[in-house]
Design a binder for this molecule. Structure first.
Ligand code: KIV
Length: 280
């Protein structure tokens, strides 16, 4: 694998009609696995809250939570572009705080870009972050940080008014300078229109196949998350079942005394043991 993927690589990929693959990771080991598997973008998403930290929703995730996990992921990724999610309220209290927090994700976390949820209403913050030299990924449609405003996790863009608003937001994000836009849980037909009308790549999750790329939460894709898994997720493996079986076997072998066996134990010369026994 040659070189590091950058924000500009993704723009070139859209131009060349090459699809973009993105996946979430939250720790060093998972980051190493997904990077070696050839993914283009690794997102340290604030889905960290539900997948790893057991929070109720992403509104509980803090900057410190994000930084702790972004640092672990960037230590493991050598090829993919690493994007760190800006958590709830880390970019809503003014342009200064937004730039400061985005800066921490790059300076301390070592990510190469940040992702913010929202449309036209956050373009001042996005412009300021980009002005500071930090590539920004947008995120519209179902924006989990606004769960209370939306009244739940619903498909967005199903009415003409809402669909027009999403198209408008996508263009506003493009004007503000984002290098790509996540489209979450919107009708495939609307995602196709947005994808055609913006020059930056769209990355879909529950948004159909016309997007320039796809993103999935690694724990959903691998069958590691025991909570609710959305219908758009394809589970490529059942790692959770593999782990359960492995642990069950370990427990059974420990109880029966068959683990550890001779090969998995350390040994010393028999004469030393005989001497020790003779001293007792
Ligand atoms: O937090 C996350 O994992 C995300 C993706 C689902 C796009 O924002």
């Amino acid at each position: 694998m040659a070189g590091r993927i950058t924000a500009s690589t993704l723009k070139k990929m859209k131009k060349n009609g090459e699809k973009i693959s993105m996946i979430t990771a939250y720790d060093f080991s998972m980051a190493t696995i997904v990077d070696k598997s050839g993914v283009d973008v690794v997102l340290v998403g604030d889905s960290l809250g539900s997948a790893v930290l057991g929070y109720e929703d992403t509104t509980q995730v803090t900057m410190e939570d994000m930084l702790h996990h972004i640092k672990a992921v960037t230590r493991g990724v050598k090829h993919a572009l690493v994007v760190g999610d800006m958590p709830f309220i880390s970019y809503h209290t003014g342009v200064y705080t937004a730039v400061e927090n985005a800066g921490r994700i790059v300076r301390e976390g070592r990510a190469q870009g940040v992702k913010l949820e929202g449309g036209e209403e956050i373009t001042d913050e996005i412009r300021a972050i980009i002005k500071a030299g930090i590539p920004v990924m947008g995120h519209i449609g179902l924006t989990p940080q606004s769960v209370h405003k939306m009244g739940g996790y619903f498909i967005q863009g199903k009415t003409a008014e809402n669909a027009r608003k999403l198209l408008h937001d996508a263009k506003a994000l493009e004007d503000a300078g984002v290098f790509s836009i996540v489209l979450e849980c919107i009708p495939a037909e609307l995602a196709e229109i947005i994808t055609r009308q913006v020059t930056v790549p769209t990355i879909g999750i529950g948004a159909g196949s016309a997007c320039d790329g796809q993103v999935l939460v690694s724990y959903d894709l691998m069958g590691l998350f025991s909570g609710y898994v959305p219908s758009f997720v394809k589970q490529y493996a059942d790692v959770g079942a593999l782990m359960t079986n492995a642990v069950k076997e370990y427990v059974a072998e420990t109880k029966s005394g068959t683990f550890p066996d001779y090969e998995r134990s350390f040994h010393i010369d028999k004469e030393i043991i005989d001497t020790l026994k003779g001293e007792q």
